[in-house]
Design a protein around this ligand. Structure first.
Ligand code: ZN
Ligand code: ZN
Length: 462
């Protein structure tokens, strides 16, 4: 095939193909129940139409509104009326001029679907915007070159105000995870990745800073590679809590290049806590050693008050290294009845027992003892850190590295549960707040990546 017609999408990419792929990101999904898409061209002219054969030019500043009609999708705001069709594509030009803030501004996009930080925000999307029917509403897909997408990812996952070393490390992880394409979460949908924590965060390019652009340019095409020259499936998470988790504990599979790490200098007391077990769990979560701990993601290296400026714009600043949550017995019962499929008949809770933990103390198997209306005792099991986090908080528990303090009444029923926990996220791979701590301490991106991916090396993907 001539160069021009060769496929450039992510599915045609391999470590040997050596081209920068284009990626399709789901920005508005069926589940968002979005009835209308409002967008405005910003710093860019472009074209709009059902496809390249029937598009009309639109000028910078044009405001479009897309809704469903009897005959497909109807576009309002175009200079020349378009026939309603099965989809609408808005091409903003040039596709890679994100540095100049070119693209289409889309209103009220959901960010943080289903997590405690869910919000609606405006997003500046470069490249092509495709709108199509989905469920009862609309879906919006953003088609962008991978490097432009990465500029958006690193400034959504963390803030563009972070030090260059953090943004470079984050960029290489995000690029690697994307290129590795091992999880097929959206295999049946018309996009490659969604724009949210389910995959990795992408909120357009409106918040990209010169430092962030520098980080993308500086690392162009660089990825984490395994010893067999495959791209590492470089998972990452917000705050490990002091010890990183193994992919085996979280997903039940080994991932080349990823492994356990202690997120602190070699002489820090947290080194002695790994692995965390039932025996040292309390010491790990609340011990006196914490006062002087130099864990990179801990408050002595990254003070919580400073965190606001470094986190993503949808993140709430808070205490993530160590935290606690308290539920009344009634609230906990309500939560578990709604979250755990086989607990709908529960009328009282008697015990919560962690059956299995990973090295970072993350519970990966939880047994719940409960009684039904007839007083019969039953036991339900949650079999992953994800299921445990989903069940123990109405907006997703920060992490499953937790200890329980239960108060019971005379009948042995739980009347209060206090959860004491460490970290935010699954804890596998780069610890984002820890990497920030390392960057603030003067480490460069290569050192940061060696620390979090001890089994990987840096290589060029294109
Ligand atoms: Zn996703
Ligand atoms: Zn950490």
């Amino acid at each position: 095939l001539p160069e021009k017609t060769r496929r450039r999408d992510i599915h045609a990419w391999s470590p040997r193909a050596r081209f920068e792929p284009t990626i399709r990101i789901g920005v508005i999904l069926a589940e968002d129940a979005c009835g209308r898409v409002d967008l405005r061209l910003t710093g860019a002219a472009g074209y709009v139409g059902p496809d390249a054969s029937a598009e009309v030019p639109i000028a910078d500043g044009t405001a479009l509104s897309i809704e469903r009609s009897d005959r497909g999708l109807h576009v309002a705001g175009v200079p020349v009326p378009l026939a309603d069709g099965p989809q609408v594509r808005v091409r903003t030009l040039p596709v890679d001029a994100v540095e100049e803030g070119c693209g289409a501004l889309v209103r009220d996009v959901v960010a943080g679907r289903g997590f405690h930080w869910q919000k609606r925000i405006d997003q500046l999307l470069p490249g092509t915007i495709e709108v199509r029917p989905a469920g009862d509403g609309l879906a919006l897909i953003n088609e962008v070159p991978l490097e432009a997408y990465l500029a958006g990812v690193i400034t959504a996952e963390m803030s563009g105000a972070c030090p260059a070393a953090l943004l470079e490390a984050q960029c290489i992880c995000a690029r690697s995870w994307l290129l590795a394409m091992t999880e097929r979460k959206h295999a049946d949908e018309p996009f490659d990745r969604c724009n949210d924590d389910c995959c990795q965060r992408y909120q357009g390019v409106g918040c990209v800073t010169p430092t962030a652009f520098g980080a993308v340019r500086q690392t162009y095409g660089v990825a984490l590679m395994t010893s067999r020259d495959a791209v590492v499936d470089a998972n990452y998470a917000k705050c490990c809590g002091g010890i990183g988790e193994s992919p085996t504990a979280v997903w039940g599979v080994e991932k080349p290049g990823l492994g356990v790490f202690v997120d602190a200098p070699d002489d820090d007391p947290v080194q002695r806590m790994c692995p965390v077990s039932e025996e040292n769990l309390r010491a790990y979560l609340t011990g006196d050693w914490l006062a002087g701990a130099q864990a990179y993601c801990g408050p002595n290296v990254v003070p919580p008050a400073d965190l606001t400026q470094y986190l993503g714009r949808v993140d709430d600043a808070g205490e993530y290294f160590r935290w606690s949550v308290t539920h009344t017995g009634a609230a906990l019962l309500e939560l578990l009845r709604s979250q755990v499929a086989d607990m709908a008949a529960a009328v009282a809770l008697h015990d919560l027992r962690v059956m299995k933990r990973g090295v970072s103390g993350r519970a990966t198997r939880l047994a719940i003892d409960w009684a039904d209306r007839d007083g019969r005792m039953q036991c339900s099991e949650l079999a992953s850190e994800y299921a445990i986090r989903a069940a123990l908080h109405e907006r997703f528990l920060l992490s499953s590295a937790i200890a329980f303090d239960l108060r019971r009444n005379d009948a042995g029923q739980i009347v209060e549960l206090r959860l004491t926990g460490a970290g935010w996220g699954h804890g596998v791979g780069l610890c984002q707040i820890g990497a920030l701590g390392m960057a603030l301490r003067g480490h460069d991106s290569a050192t940061i990546l060696r620390h979090y991916y001890p089994g990987a090396r840096l290589g060029s993907a294109y």
